[in-house]
Design a protein around this ligand. Sequence first.
Ligand SMILES: Cc1cc2nc3c(=O)[nH]c(=O)nc-3n(C[C@H](O)[C@H](O)[C@H](O)COP(=O)(O)OP(=O)(O)OC[C@H]3O[C@@H](n4cnc5c(N)ncnc54)[C@H](O)[C@@H]3O)c2cc1C
Length: 429
Amino acid sequence: MSFNRRHFLELAAGTTAALAAPAVIGRAKPRVVVIGGGAGGATAARYIAKDSKGAIDVTLIEPSRVYYTCFFSNLYLGGERTMQSLAHTYGKLASTHGINVVHDWAVGIDRDTRTITLASGYKMGYDRLILSPGIDFIAGAVEGWDTSKQNKMPHAYKGGSQTELLKAQLEAMPQGGTFAMVAPPNPYRCPPGPYERVSMVAHLLKQKNPTAKIIVADPKPKFSKEALFRDAWSRHHQGMVEWVGPDFGGKNVSVDADAMVLKIDGEAVKVDVCNVIPAMKAGRICEVAGITEGNWAPVSGHTMQSRVDDKIYVLGDATNQGDMPKSGYSANSQAKVAAMAVRAELTGSRMFPAKFSNTCWSMLGTTTVSKWVPPTRPLTRKSQKWTALSAKPVRAANCARPPSRKAWAGTTASPLTCSAKPRTQGLKA
Ligand SMILES: Cc1cc2nc3c(=O)[nH]c(=O)nc-3n(C[C@H](O)[C@H](O)[C@H](O)COP(=O)(O)OP(=O)(O)OC[C@H]3O[C@@H](n4cnc5c(N)ncnc54)[C@H](O)[C@@H]3O)c2cc1C
C-alpha cells in the first residue's frame, strides 16, 4: 500500500495546523478525505483524484487491505465463484491515481474544526469529507442475537470472513439438515440479497445435500422480485424452501445460538445453520459525526451532500436516499455524482445534473435456462418503475449479456436524471 507512516504524520500535523483557515481558496491544494473504501468510497476517491488531475489532495481511510465484495458473495455460497474473485486491493488507487490510502479506522469526526481522528490516534483535517461506511446492525433487532453470536450464527452481510464462515457451515451441514435464515426488515442493504442467497443455498444443497430444508423467517409481507424468486424456488428447488412471513410469525423470532434453536412465534425449530441478518442502520461513524436522522444519513439528491453539514457528502448504503435501493450499483453512481459536486465546489469545475442508475440481477440456479432473458420492456422515465423479467427462454437480438446456461432474475433501468423531486424520484429494486 502507498501509505508511508512518517509522511502521514507530517501530513497530519500540517493539515491539522491548517484547519484554522476556513476557506479553501488560497491554500495550495484542497483536501478531500474519504472514509470507507467500498463500492461508494473507493469510486468517489478515484473519480475525484482522476478528474481533478492532481488539483485535489485525496486521502482514503479504510481499515481492510483487501475489500471482499458482498456482490457475488451469494454466488460464492452457491459454488459458482471463488472467494478470490471477490477480492480487491487498493494499490492501484495509490499508484495510478495518487490517492493516500490509509489503512485505519476513523473513530472521531469534529465538524467544527473539520478534523478526523483515527483509531491509531492520528488526526487529519479536511476541506470536504465523504462518508461511505456502509451499514451496521441495530442492537437487539433479533432477540438472542448480537455480534458476539456471529461466529455461531453468521450474518454474512458484510463481505469477507463472515461469508467464508457461512459457506463452511453449509458444507458441513448433516444430510437432511435445516438451514434457517432470519431475513431483515426494510430498509436494508441489497433488497434481493437474502432471496438470491436462499436460491444459491438451495442450488448448493440440491447437489450436496438434496434432502436438506431451508426455512426463511421474514418480518416483511412481501419482498424484492418476489414473484420471480417464488417461481424459481418452485421450478428449480421444489419443496426445499419454506418461507414464513409475518402472518405466520416471521416477525416474531428469537434465536438461541448455543442450542442452535430458532423460535418462530414461540415454536422452537432446531437448526443446523442459522443465518441471522438483523435490521440495519448507517455505518456507526455517521452517528459519531452527528449527521444521521433516525437510522440513516439524509442527503441532497442533487449532490449527495449531507443535509446536516454541507462540508460532508454521504454515499451508498449509509444514506437515506429516497427510493434508491441500497446496492453497490447505486453507491457507484452516487459516488460519481458526489465526486463531480465536490470537484465543482473545490476547483470551480463544471457541474452537470445528477444522474443515477441501478441494475440488479440475482442468480437463481444454473441448469434449466438455455438463454439469458433480456429486458422485455426497458424502463421509461415516464413509468419510473422497474421491469421485472420472467425467466422464459427468448430470442435476444440486442442481448447485452451473453447467453448462458444460468438462470437469473432481474431488474434493469435506463439512467434517471435527478430533477425536481430527487428524494422521491429514486429507483426501486
Ligand atoms: C449478499 C449480498 C449481495 C449483494 N449483491 C449485490 C449485487 O448483486 N449488486 C449490487 O449492486 N449490490 C449488491 N449488494 C449490495 C452492496 O454490497 C452494497 O450496497 C455496497 O457494498 C454498498 O457500498 P458502500 O460503499 O455503501 O458500503 P461498503 O461497500 O460496505 O463499504 C463500506 C466500507 O467502509 C469501511 N468502513 C466502515 N466504517 C469505517 C470507519 N469508521 N473508518 C474507515 N472505514 C470504514 C468498511 O471497512 C467498508 O470497506 C449485495 C449485498 C449483499 C450483502
